[in-house]
Design a protein around this ligand. Sequence first.
Ligand code: HEC
Length: 427
Amino acid sequence: MQWSRYIVAIIWVAGVRGYAQRPVTYQTDVAPILQSNCIECHRKGGIGPFPLTTYEEVAKRAKFIGKVTQSRYMPPFRADRNFQQYANERGLSEEEISTIQAWVTHGSPEGKRSRNKSVSIENDTVQGTSAADFLEWSMTKPYEIIGNEREDFRYFNIPTNLEKDVYVKAIEFKVGNRKVLHHSRLMTDTTRTMRGIDGMREDDPRVIEFQKTPLEEDFLYGWVPGNDRVNFPPGTAKRIRAGTDLLLNMHYAPSPIDETDQSGVRFYLTDSAQVEREVRTLTLTENDITNQPFVLPAESKPTFYMSYGPTQQAISLISVMPHMHFLGKKFRAFAITPGGELVPFVKIEDWDYAWQMTYQFKTLLHLPAGSTIIAEATYDNTSQNPENPSQPAREVTYGWNSTNEMMNLVLYYIPYKEGDETRSQER
Ligand code: HEC
């Protein structure tokens, strides 16, 4: 009796010690983290600069991976997840970050290789759709990017030729060439004034005229790598009007060799009878800035504020998209309800022009009537800012071009219905 207890105790201690000393290995601990969080982009043909799918590929960059994960530079997700939670968020937990740290510190061992470890990447599909349920348009012809190592900003117009209004339950961006397309902004226009602008450069003098156009949608969708689709909640849809032209504002990354791109847009349709509530867009823009004029003097770090409200009706917010250009540093947006409560939308402390996206709230956000929406954005227009496209810095004003600046807040919403605040948007 005594003896057997003693033996059990020894085995127990040995077990615990064994566990504590079990080295953190690539195969057992690190690979699963990378598979769920990195290889969507870091694989052959992905948009990441190198694949992270094998031990060899990962081990030779172990320190670098430790650094970019600890600083939360990777996976790319710029919104503060303590401020608000999103259905399309990315990020490692503290535990995952320390697992990678421990692995790097202990010499990044591989561990036992288990068989049948195939890595699969599946694209999630829009539920219950067949090819008949969507419409797709592409740029009217392939665009040729010249291999001169320079950034390239262009506008394209795609007429939809829609003869009647359609209801759209999801919008997907179809990237033509992931190697060169950096990001893209989708606008819609029903005035037809921008027909035939295919491939127009952003410094074309006509842009000044075009940006006065009252667009149907200033931001129907902002695409960045890994943010290929926005889904609207069941029973809701966005109406796209007959005769709509799609406008694409494309940012191509510098390329050493000639490339072509022919990207497109897909609208997943739903029957109007299924649509209880239409998705609307609220865009706060230059006019909503309270400390006008929107001028960023050279060598300054100004902050601008926006205020909108009090809102007329109770609404439920689906998503938020902040927008600035290269000089943007911080962005924060929230609402104050008539009862004095704060409703957080988005907080970005290290704005990155490359990773701007549509943040879809984890659950619909209820905004009671009488709320005030507030946004604040800080810019760095000094010559010390490495992101500054003008060296030395020069005075910058509002405009579409990447050398101008913008301050926008784009919100998708529907009229509020009881119970919305518990409706999850997670897929
Ligand atoms: C949505 C796509 C995406 C995901 C997910 C992603 N990366 Fe990246 N990664 C990129 C792109 C694009 C770059 C190059 C541009 C940049 O640095 O932003 C990059 C760059 C890097 C770099 C080089 C950074 C530098 O300064 O050159 C490392 C290291 C890296 N990623 C590791 C990771 C790790 C580890 C994960 C997962 C924890 C991850 N990435 C997830 C797209 C992604």
